[in-house]
Design a protein around this ligand. Structure first.
Ligand SMILES: [Zn+2]
Length: 431
């Protein structure tokens, strides 16, 4: 990349600092809590669209073709396309505008969760790091190129989407892709910094499956419990303790989880990352009754290279096998219900976008650009689902996401905008 031009781009980003800070602060003030959470519906409804209407005005001023696109009424995504001169690769910047609820206000220590407060180092408030900061940085990266008089060959596409925090991608990211806002590669602008690892590049994420199983026993009065549990008693003819039977299933899944620590691996994850987490339990009637039922729910975290259907088969087989040694469960097997799947993504490191983004990130920050597997999930999965090689890189510490201390460092917003700008040039080419 031409040194003089690079310097000019970076200087332009620096010059945009105040505009970037103001825009991030402004959108953090908008209470765009995902409506699915049900948090103060009269406040949060329409919040997402208020954010995208705000970013629309920035694109309008920049003279970039854009539209508010509502797949669901009242929840507008912002899609924009900067037309390249032709003959280059296109690049998509994706990010969500919805945020999680602020949680317990007392824990915010007197801070208004939607203050958008700015001091020398940070912008504070829900959504600052996850991930309004990243979205704004990407838009201003393009502005810095425009001001440098650069016209790229490839198109630069933006999606500011709704509903990510509750995985309603069919009205957010997936809808925007189906509307035609696609590209040859994508960067999701979620926060990827940690103290010792600035600007990691997530090239994979876990998948998350949720399920529940229920076991039915046979209720009887607690006075008959002796008959139920003792050798020589009436046994199953009198009653069956559902908790006791449920523990057979619980222990089998716990043992499978232990085995996963040895058998499920991915080069970007620590051993033991992939888990079968028992999350909730309910059952029983009253102290006077041998419990007739138990239900447990789980969140299952699985490796990027595996599929939900494979994991489901493995879990079902494990439960089935565990039940074969028990006369009651053999006849009345647990009912398993699959509730939710957030698929993983797994981008091949040989994809050009990986090496190009690593190079540009290291031009700004020498320690940046470590390839990493994301321990949670994001919309990159739905980009990959449509065949787009996707990576995640953005400003801010992931640990502040969804926390009461949420904030984004201003220096990282500026660095992110610089990385994005250089990547636009490097990937899309200059006309
Ligand atoms: Zn996020």
């Amino acid at each position: 990349m031409d040194k003089k031009l690079t310097a000019k781009i970076l200087q332009n980003v620096e010059n945009l600092r105040d505009e970037i800070v103001k825009a991030v602060s402004d959108v953090v003030k908008i209470k765009s809590v995902t409506p699915e959470f049900g948090w103060e519906p009269e406040v949060s409804s329409g919040g997402e669209s208020e954010v995208t209407r705000y970013t629309k005005t920035i694109f309008d001023k920049m003279g970039i073709e854009n539209e508010l696109y509502e797949k669901e009424k009242g929840r507008a995504n912002l899609c924009a396309r900067y037309k390249g001169a032709g003959g280059g690769r296109s690049l998509l910047f994706n990010g969500h505008v919805d945020v999680v609820p602020p949680g317990d206000l007392d824990e915010w220590d007197g801070e208004d969760p939607f203050s958008g407060r700015v001091d020398e180092k940070f912008i504070y408030g829900r959504g600052s790091v996850d991930m309004k900061g990243g979205n704004i940085a990407a838009i201003f990266a393009l502005k810095a190129l425009q001001q440098a008089g650069i016209h790229t060959k490839g198109d630069i596409v933006f999606q500011n989407v709704v509903g990510e925090e509750c995985k309603v991608n069919e009205i957010g990211t997936t809808a925007c892709l189906e509307k035609g806002y696609t590209a040859d590669a994508a960067i999701v602008c979620e926060p990827t910094c940690s103290e010792n690892d600035p600007f990691m590049i997530h090239v994979a994420s876990v998948g998350v499956l949720e399920m529940k199983w229920s076991v039915k026993g046979k209720s009887c009065h607690v006075g008959l419990r002796g008959e139920v549990i003792r050798d020589g008693g009436g046994g199953m003819d009198v009653g069956v303790d559902a908790f006791e039977k449920g523990m057979i299933v619980y222990n089998a899944l716990k043992e499978l989880e232990r085995q996963w620590g040895q058998t499920k691996a991915h080069p970007l994850y620590k051993a033991g990352q992939f888990c079968i987490n028992a999350a909730t339990v309910k059952g029983g009637v009253s102290p006077s009754v041998v419990p007739p039922d138990i239900e447990m729910s789980y969140a299952i975290t699985y490796p990027p290279q595996e599929s939900a259907s494979g994991i489901q088969k493995e879990i079902e087989l494990c439960v089935h096998n565990a039940c074969q040694n028990d006369p009651w469960l053999r006849e009345k097997p647990p009912e398993i219900t699959w509730l939710f799947d957030w698929p993983p993504f797994n981008t091949d490191l040989k994809e050009d976008i990986c090496s190009i983004l690593q190079q540009t990130a290291r031009m700004i920050c020498p320690e940046a650009g470590r390839f990493n597997g994301f321990e949670a999930v994001c919309d990159a999965s739905f980009l990959q689902e449509k065949g787009i090689p996707a990576v995640v890189l953005g400003p801010g510490y992931g640990k502040y996401a969804h926390s009461v201390a949420e904030r984004v460092p201003i220096s990282q917003l500026i660095d992110a905008a610089k990385i994005y700008a250089l990547t636009m040039v490097s990937w899309c080419g200059i006309a």
